[in-house]
Design a protein around this ligand. Structure first.
Ligand SMILES: Cc1cc2nc3c(=O)[nH]c(=O)nc-3n(C[C@H](O)[C@H](O)[C@H](O)COP(=O)(O)O)c2cc1C
Length: 222
């Protein structure tokens, strides 16, 4: 393929360095308030918020610009119910028989179990799929590169955007997630990545008091 035509970089040069320092500081403060919420209100949330945040996620970097993601936004109560029932079958088997002891121990501080009422309570379930390849009109495959990494980055942008907009999210990974392809009618070469439960927290919602690593334990400068 020939190189793409070149265009000027969208202009970000007008910021002063002082402004950049301040924006970075404010952003870190805002992100320190992000927490995973497991009790959602059923209060409706305008779809424009979800659309804007998805637009932002769709601009994430991706291996060779293949954009190997699909976001299925679920609002329909009957579909949410089917997803809850599908997830609870898997999660019940996980908690009661499949999960290794050390995994259950790691989950203990979070207080989670196989019941997933939030899958019906929250106004949106954003089900994210990783596409291993794209099918062209004539049925041939266009390979995707670093698909999982790319979708992880796009998901991070989405979580960050939703938090910035003042919404709460829960990153949910029922295991295995094949039932999502069937319910959402997605093709077999799209692998469910995770379910992002999205909405407002229930009144009085609490979160576990978790320790976060101090800066120097997860960053090194060289
Ligand atoms: C890839 C991934 C999968 C997760 N899966 C679940 C899940 O299935 N259920 C759940 O309650 N939380 C899940 N979480 C949320 C984590 O438990 C949570 O991020 C972690 O405990 C830290 O809490 P915080 O997000 O409030 O800082 C998941 C998070 C990630 C990043």
């Amino acid at each position: 393929m020939a190189p793409a035509q070149r265009i000027p970089l969208p202009d970000r040069r007008s910021l002063t360095m002082v402004e950049r320092v301040e924006r970075a500081r404010q952003f870190a403060e805002e992100m320190a308030l992000r927490r995973t919420v497991r009790h959602f209100s059923s209060e409706p949330v305008p779809p424009e918020i979800i659309r804007s945040c998805l637009r932002a996620a769709g601009r994430a970097p991706s291996g060779a610009n293949r954009q190997p993601w699909h976001f299925a936004v679920v609002r329909d109560p009957a579909t949410k119910r089917r997803i809850r029932l599908g997830a609870e079958v898997e999660e019940r088997a996980f908690y009661e028989t499949r999960a290794p002891k050390d995994w259950l121990e790691a989950l203990e501080p979070l207080g989670t179990d196989w019941h997933k009422p939030f899958l019906e309570d929250a106004p949106y379930l954003i089900v994210i799929f990783v596409k291993a390849y794209r099918l062209t009109a004539n049925g041939s495959r266009v390979k995707h590169y670093y698909a999982t990494e790319s979708v992880g980055i796009a998901t991070g942008v989405l979580i960050t955007g939703l938090h910035h907009a003042g919404l709460a999210t829960l990153t949910h990974t029922p295991s295995p997630m094949g039932f999502l392809n069937e319910i959402l009618d997605r093709p077999a070469h799209e692998r469910p990545f995770l379910v992002l439960v999205t909405g407002l927290p229930a009144a009085g919602a609490t979160v576990p008091d978790l320790e976060k690593k101090p800066f120097d334990q997860f960053v090194s400068f060289h």
